[in-house]
Design a protein around this ligand. Sequence first.
Ligand SMILES: [Zn+2]
Length: 681
Amino acid sequence: MSTAARYPFSAIVGMADLKLALLVNAVSPAVGGVLVRGEKGTAKSTVVRALASLLPDVEVVAGCRFSCDPAAPDPDCPDGPHPGAAAHQAQTRPTRLVELPVGASEDRLAGSLDIERALTEGVTAFEPGLLAAAHRGVLYVDEVNLLHDHLVDLLLDAAAMGTSHVEREGVSVRHAARFLLVGTMNPEEGELRPQLLDRFGLTVEVAATREPAERAEVVRRRLAFDADPAGFAAAYADEEARLAAHIRAARRRLPRVVLTDAALRQITAVCAAFDVDGLRADLVTARAAMALAAWRDHPEVTSDDVRDAARLALPHRRRRDPFDAPGLDEDRLDEALEQAGADDPSDPGDGPEGPDGPDGPDGPGGGGGGGPAPQPGDPDAAPPAASGPERPQTTPEDTPQEGGPGGSGETAADPGETYRPRLLSVPGLGSGAPGRRSRAETPSGRTSGARLPRGRIGALHLPATLRAAAPRQRDRGRSTGGLVLARSDLREAVREGREGNLVLFCVDASGSMAARQRMRAVKGAVLSLLLDAYQRRDKVGLVTFRGREAEVALPPTSSVEAGARRLRELRTGGRTPLAAGLTRSAELLRVERLRDPRRRPLLVVVTDGRATHGGTDAVLRAGARIRSTGVETVVVDCEDGPVRLGGAARLAAVTGGSAVRLAELGADALSGLVRHARRAA
Ligand SMILES: [Zn+2]
């Protein structure tokens, strides 16, 4: 434990919702943690770290590495059993804040079982991981959206079961792992898997305040803290002690808080109004509302408690797909609360709150007291009026216009319906980040071979180990009994799973594609592929070309939201500089290869293959260049109409890739064709 002074919770300016969400969890860990969404540099981590020092101390069995509670020791505890749990065994320590680094190994998170010692010495040696350290404390994951899939799975299992289970080749260890999960993420850098999203009880959006006076106060305090951390902390010590006492008092009050039928009706009505899945949302909202009531010293849950709880518990549960804007429509929330009716007359409402309500220990400015935080510049909010989908403004096909920005021939069609596209993948065996697209050597997956371990042994390959040991048994003096194993016998399993790729879309946005229905279909197709890429853990990028040039509409990112947004805004019209589009794509892929060499790219060119600017020779040269870099290319052929020129198929041949017709891109379209063929036969 470091003795360096932490920034005090009560010195934090603004961020009322985040503080409230954390305090709710401090009062009732059953609420299930907090996910903090927001841009970088908003001091999210400072707030989370500050919370930990407010939490009450925990009593643990002395010497137990798994933080057993002396009153109820974990029966499975690897350091146990702890018989009697006598008073002299107990020891009090501060609640821990354990940070899980995004790049942590599986062993670091779940703990490591020394399989070599188990096999060669016959002892179970278990080194506890972060899940054990976080038991009865806070597990903090900064940039939780960038966490590797296998870590997410471990985390989900532990969070769901309250235990961590490590098993290797039949040797297994199980221990309790219950913790307050707090994650932060910057949505611009990629979304969270829905299962993980659902694990967080509450979500909060944070943004740096735009209020100059408040910003000045933030800076002033930070400077004061940096100049003299201990002195700064001392100045807030009384306030901190008061907050900590308030948390303890609220915990004691919690069991006596009454959830009236009227309040429960409001909760279920609100959850129904926002169309959330399952009953988890209702439960979390109820728990949060009760914790809020305890915090505010309300004997019964009031409709204000319900409102605040819903505001924190529902935003991430009502989202139907990753393209929806975050946040909760507060007018609709109020409407639902009113309809459920009937605020009963005994509702204490905004009556006297505790001595320090959640918004109490704020600095000047007060952080807006949980009002509807405006989403700063959300570009999803409203489509630009000039490109409304209902405008009867089509561009006749192949009209050669020089559609500069704002040119008269532009349209921005809405995407058509999305569907599940067939799997496009990179051939061969990669070694990129785990995902769900192309075949690759991965830390999990099915076993495809065995090898001598490189460094610390991963998964043991038992048959290969036995084969290696068998011929040496006589030399090692084995007469009867068990096998005599040596370190040099051990063989490691080589596992094959799937990796995520970089899927770069190169989309023709020229006039020849601009007929409304066609562009709708094209956007629908690219959106489907984007959604698919999100589920397969790919990075995506978008290059578009029209008029005279190509542009990078979306640099490679894991954020499918950003991709969907750019696609929706994509305007069409003008000539077709196909060669420029290909060249720009090749350049982008070259840079990405330097940046992230193990992630294999897949280039998806969406075009009808007509080049009306730059010439056919340039297209052939650009295609050959792509082929020479070894990038796998798929051309989605958008050509239709009575006269087909076959440009897309030719392009696919030049790049060494394959072509697929737009109409055959859907996974069901293929099986449909097969069915059709069978029936015809
Ligand atoms: Zn124990």
